[in-house]
Design a protein around this ligand. Structure first.
Ligand code: FAD
Length: 438
């Protein structure tokens, strides 16, 4: 069990600068609802918005604070794509899921980002949203993969501006010699993710949803109506949607053992420098686009609205933190931007994300009235919004898009607990070694 202090937001740049610090109440007593969502990250709150916009009676239970998990701790990079590589394999995807399935998946690859764009506009959300993204390459092999991806996107009539740039051209985007080139994508971007998450929670609340913080769901009794027990009350609902992702496995592994074996928690870390001078900000990131490299344990970085470098990385699969998060992350940042050697580190933090073996988000049903979505494998800011839409469509009986993902076969991670984690850590070391050698 976490103590009261641990149930507050971690000491991140996002928590320090969030616009709406106001709380939601704790559940006290026994209530009933049509739909109960468990987990107040982006999956949970975006599902709550979709269902509330469609006039459903919604209750959301969050163990700590809204956006306390990965959703309030991540790199803030708005990355498109949903369904992993499924949309790249038209023949097998259409054969398995029916004619037209690939086209639906291709549309969802951009719709997940459009949901954020449209919601920010519709509800006037202040979250520093900025467009522009660079997938940067360190090696010729990665450059070739990016070029193949560029061709695929063009063939799919990708609706945003994309271009391949060589190392020389990249210098007008990034003040570093580290990369040999990359793909620039104006359809992706970055934002203050805790502000987005909190604003979406408020939107749902204003539409009539009841949201509770500091309310850990301890038990689910399934049946025609589902009863959720917490320490301070119960919720009886027609439908339950589990959105606890990697943290649900950590807090309440017995809540849904059927889905927990398909998800492996990994840890990633972020540092935020002090605000840089305008001159230095223009030197390191002249266009203020977000960036990631192509490795398995990738670096990802961007500028915040107040000119801080937010630098993330170190996907860690063995649940042990580096001895010094600041030291490790600062070394990584200086490899890319040695000119930041004098920049003070104001914040550092880490968070848990859910990895799926095939890197395909997992969405489906455990029973006819218990739904779930999890495992975005490190790319969840936009995909969580697609899950929210698919979950709400499914609850309302429109299953054709939901079923494409729900009928996918997922591979469980072998073993359990520590053994599962260790086996996977060994496996990932292989991929990291491969990245280093090829
Ligand atoms: C450090 C880091 C950097 C990342 N960077 C990026 C990025 O730049 N771009 C990107 O696209 N993705 C990124 N990701 C991934 C992305 O953050 C996640 O995929 C996404 O936030 C998952 O959202 P979620 O709502 O499913 O889960 P979470 O945000 O983890 O939310 C789950 C919530 O459920 C609550 N909960 C769990 N169990 C219970 C229970 N029993 N009862 C009540 N509540 C419960 C938890 O307290 C938590 O708040 C990053 C992740 C991390 C950790």
């Amino acid at each position: 069990m976490l103590d009261a202090n641990q149930r507050e937001h971690t000491n991140s740049y996002y928590a320090a600068t969030q616009r709406d610090k106001g709380p939601f109440p704790k559940l006290n007593g026994d209530i009933t609802t049509d739909i109960c969502i468990i987990g107040g990250g982006l999956t949970g709150v975006s599902t709550a918005v979709e269902l509330s916009e469609n006039k459903h009676d919604v209750v959301l239970l969050e163990a700590n604070r809204i956006g306390w998990g990965a959703s309030g701790r991540n790199g803030g990079q708005v990355i498109g794509g949903y369904g992993g590589s499924l949309s790249s394999h038209r023949e097998s995807t259409d054969k398995k899921h029916g004619a037209g399935a690939t086209d639906k998946l291709i549309a969802m690859n951009t719709e997940c980002v459009d949901i954020i764009k449209e919601r920010v506009k519709k509800y006037q959300i202040d979250c520093d949203l900025k467009w522009g993204y660079i997938n940067a390459a360190l090696k010729p092999r990665e450059m070739k993969d990016l070029a193949d991806w560029y061709d695929e996107l063009k063939e799919q009539n990708y609706p945003h501006e994309i271009k391949m740039v060589d190392g020389k051209a990249l210098k007008s985007y990034l003040g570093t010699d580290r990369y040999i080139g990359g793909m620039v994508d104006m359809g992706w971007g970055h934002l203050h993710v805790l502000d987005l998450c909190k604003a979406e929670a408020r939107i749902a609340e204003n539409l009539g949803a009841r949201l509770y913080e500091n309310t850990l769901a301890l038990n689910i009794a399934s049946g025609d109506r589902v009863k959720i027990t917490t320490a301070s009350g119960t919720v009886t609902a027609n439908t339950v949607i589990l959105c606890g992702n990697a943290y649900m496995q950590a807090f309440t592994p017995k809540l849904a053992p059927k889905i927990s074996k398909y998800i492996l928690p990994a840890t990633s870390y972020v540092i935020a420098t002090e605000p840089l001078s305008d001159e230095m900000a223009a030197n390191v990131m002249p266009r203020n686009y977000a960036v990631c490299d192509q490795r398995t344990a990738l670096d990802y970085f961007r500028m915040s609205a107040d000119n801080r470098m937010l630098f993330g990385g170190v996907s860690n699969y063995n649940a042990t933190a580096p001895r010094s998060i600041t030291g490790t992350m600062r070394r990584k940042m200086l490899k890319v931007f040695p000119q930041l050697a004098d920049a003070k580190i104001d914040y550092y933090w880490g968070g848990r994300l859910g990895i799926s073996f095939r890197r395909i988000p997992q969405i489906g049903q455990i029973t006819p009235n218990i739904y779930y979505a999890q495992a975005y494998s490190g790319h969840g800011v936009a995909p969580t919004h697609m899950s929210g839409r698919l979950l709400s469509e499914a609850v309302m009986g429109h299953r054709d898009r939901f079923d494409i993902l729900a009928n996918e076969t997922h591979i469980p991670f072998p073993g359990f607990g520590f053994i599962r984690q260790s086996m996977y850590a060994v496996g990932m070391s292989f991929y990291k070694m491969r990245d280093a050698l090829l």
